[in-house]
Design a protein around this ligand. Structure first.
Ligand SMILES: [Fe+2]
Ligand SMILES: [Fe+2]
Length: 184
């Protein structure tokens, strides 16, 4: 086990929870009824997924992994490109929300959910297990300290608590407490 990987998997859990809610709203064609919640979800993903999680992968884990586990270097480059695509889809969804264009909102949100579902699976199944085996313990400890400093300086010490609370609250509001009693 490597704490630097476990923490990123934990982030994935929170990201997936919000993506599931967005996917539910889109699948059931309830976007017009939940535009403000969709906007909240996109603003959250812009911060938690793009500026926090993807930033940690790109600034800390990926460079260390490319050095200590060169066989995944090419894959890491592709994952970075996928972050760019995710950012583009996220911004496009926010733009559609600002413009009040429901059809575009649905399209962009669906594309983002699909794209990120594949991206997270690639990391979880193809990259993290390999990197976890190769990463030195000292590197793992250094990455952990870097993540922590990055979070405290840019997002605040209680960023995880705040983010979990948001994800749970959004899920409760749209899908009902305990899942599947709401719109999905
Ligand atoms: Fe990623
Ligand atoms: Fe990730």
């Amino acid at each position: 086990m490597r704490i630097s990987i476990t923490l990123l998997q934990y982030d994935h859990g929170i990201i997936r929870q919000v993506l599931d809610v967005v996917g539910c709203v889109v699948r059931t064609h309830q976007v017009p009824k939940h535009v403000s919640e969709l906007k909240e979800a996109m603003v959250f993903l812009d911060q938690f997924m793009d500026r926090f999680h993807h930033a940690k992968e790109e600034m800390f884990l990926f460079p260390a992994a490319a050095e200590e586990c060169p066989k995944v270097a090419d894959l890491l480059e592709r994952l970075k490109e996928e972050h760019v695509t995710a950012r583009r889809l996220l911004r496009a969804a926010l733009k559609a929300i600002e413009a009040g264009d429901v059809e575009r909102m649905e399209q962009e949100a669906r594309a983002l959910v699909d794209h990120m579902t594949v991206h997270i699976s690639e990391e979880e199944n193809q990259v993290f297990p390999v990197v976890e085996n190769a990463l030195f313990l000292e590197t793992d400890a250094r990455l952990h300290a870097q993540y922590e400093r990055f979070m405290v300086e840019n997002f605040g010490k209680s960023y995880y608590e705040v983010s979990e609370e948001f994800a749970n609250d959004l899920q409760d509001r749209l899908m009902g407490p305990g899942y599947f009693t709401g719109i999905c």
